[in-house]
Design a protein. Sequence first.
Length: 189
Amino acid sequence: MIDRRTALAGIVTMFGAGLFAPIARAAGAAQAAKIPVISEGPPSVAVFTPTQRAVMTALSDRMIPATDTPGAIEAQVPEFIEKLLADWAAPEDRVSIVAGLDAIEARSLADYKRSAAKATPAQQDALLTLAMDDKIASGAVFFDEFRQLVITGYYTSEIGITQEREYLPVPGEYDGAFPYSQVNKVYSS
């Protein structure tokens, strides 16, 4: 069975040169097999306030919602993000994420008169779009880094590896005439 360490070591190819520094640090250490699995244990320090944690959780759920497969919440992506930022991020690496969450919260309170965590899914999507389009303070930087954290957390989780993708440690035999219409999921190994 593939573990988070192995998956994290392979995540570098997904984002290339634009990889968020804490993910790159953890992936580099994972490749050298010098670290425990990232998801083990609580974060060494609290990174988020309760409000920031609630907003981060809600936005993670909007990026990878539950569909016919579990979403970011079920894959414990918010816990992964806080653990990674607490234990693998330098204090300056956290600034854009924390500032982005605060900016989204402020915009939500101004536009919708409610916390971003309690906003409707459509309102949360609008807030994420504003960040993506850099229409809130440092929004584009926040969005890119936050998206990387969510995707990395999801696709290195057991749910992402085994339920979203199809895990085959050794794929079956080669069939050059296999009908594409019968391909179910992308394989991870």
